[in-house]
Design a protein around this ligand. Sequence first.
Ligand SMILES: NC(=O)c1ccc[n+]([C@@H]2O[C@H](COP(=O)([O-])OP(=O)(O)OC[C@H]3O[C@@H](n4cnc5c(N)ncnc54)[C@H](O)[C@@H]3O)[C@@H](O)[C@H]2O)c1
Ligand SMILES: Nc1ncnc2c1ncn2[C@@H]1O[C@H](COP(=O)(O)OP(=O)(O)OP(=O)(O)O)[C@@H](O)[C@H]1O
Length: 411
Amino acid sequence: MQQNELDKIFDECCMKHGICSHEVLRDRGSDSSSNVDRSKMMRKASFKLSWWCKGENGDQHKHDIVSFEKGNITTAERSSKQISLKWESDPQTVLILTKPNSVSVRILCAQMVRWLKEKKKLNIYVEPRVRAELLTESSDFNYVQTWKDDQEILLLHTKVDLVITLGGDGTVLWAASMFKGPVPPIVPFSLGSLGFMTPFHSEHFKECLDSVLRGPVSITLRHRLLCRVIRDAAKNEYETEEPLLVLNEVTIDRGISSYLTNLECYCDNSFVTCVQGDGLILSTTSGSTAYSLAAGGSMVHPQVPGILFTPICPHSLSFRPLILPEHVTLRIVVPFNSRSPAWASFDGKDRKQLAAGDALLCSMAPCPVPTACQVDSTSDFLSSIQDGLHWNLRKTQSFDGPRELQDIIQI
Ligand SMILES: NC(=O)c1ccc[n+]([C@@H]2O[C@H](COP(=O)([O-])OP(=O)(O)OC[C@H]3O[C@@H](n4cnc5c(N)ncnc54)[C@H](O)[C@@H]3O)[C@@H](O)[C@H]2O)c1
Ligand SMILES: Nc1ncnc2c1ncn2[C@@H]1O[C@H](COP(=O)(O)OP(=O)(O)OP(=O)(O)O)[C@@H](O)[C@H]1O
């Protein structure tokens, strides 16, 4: 396709309704690990996201704005709507990410790769470890592509139309962490013990993938938090380390110290509180069913845009968890008079020490993680808390006593 044709598609589509993805790249790089003809143009599939709700024309994207027309304040109806992804061109390239050290995942991965290549004619990327495992099984897997270094990982989002995860929630977190910017749609298959973010069953992978590749598919847009550590915050506000993105939460805790944490918390420029206890969890709504839940935070539908502020074992009787709006920036400071440093960890990994004077800034990240739904965002969320946590499971009360006279007359 010529560049001017592509520009035309972009102008006609992307600038109008919905959120579109149109990207084309010419990749002439030589890759010794693949026998695919790399001189041919690799074209990223385009898709369109729109809001829909039952009984409505789903093609229209309604902007999430508050209207102040003629002195009346109204809000666009958006909370009842589900996001739907429609492919505008066929997906061509999938990335399969797998939990390590699992025989069942390894077997399933080989079956899936074969099926996607032979029946769906797709280009397939896997991690270098997985490619090596597949080649040990059979040299037929030579067509499977991979990358050599971190620089190539940074470009994956320009090549991959769809990411498939085989594992538990940890594998979805792993997949999200590979994309520092835009994230392709993720289809998470459940091969773990809990699986809050993994609604697809691996036994039916062919039917599931058939349906996702055909589209339309319901999507949960999972918000992420952007976290920046500022060293010696009072001295140099702008000298920050590489920012980190989290899909579940950032935790600031006392680490191995036996002292209480002493964390000064600010929301934009307002002082919130001082956390004296084991620590603090700043969680996304997707993470609300993970560590934050264990620390007494509320469970929140993943599509609700907000930041959960959940203390861990606060040494106070009145410290209840909060949920703050999406637009705020939180600033957690270890004061100079703190008895010990604090430790920040990001989705349970990448532990960093925060010395007295250091701060952590946290705000909503611009690029969410789109995960495909089995049914829709709400049904999947409710199924996960019911099946995963047995939420509010209780034997139903029975009644076998004498009825009131009125009930008997009505019958
Ligand atoms: N006390 C706790 O509950 C506790 C303590 C530490 C870490 N964690 C959680 O573990 C996460 C890291 O997960 P991992 O798989 O890499 O480590 P892991 O292998 O230690 O598993 C942690 C457990 O948390 C579950 N989990 C992860 N994300 C979830 C989510 N969004 N909703 C519901 N459950 C979820 C996983 O299914 C798994 O059962 C952290 O982000 C943190 O939320 C929880
Ligand atoms: N592709 C990967 N490469 C390296 N580590 C990974 C990868 N995928 C997952 N992990 C790590 O492996 C661990 C286990 O993964 P995961 O949570 O998906 O499986 P699980 O523990 O069996 O599931 P569950 O937690 O639901 O029982 C996690 O700590 C995760 O970060």
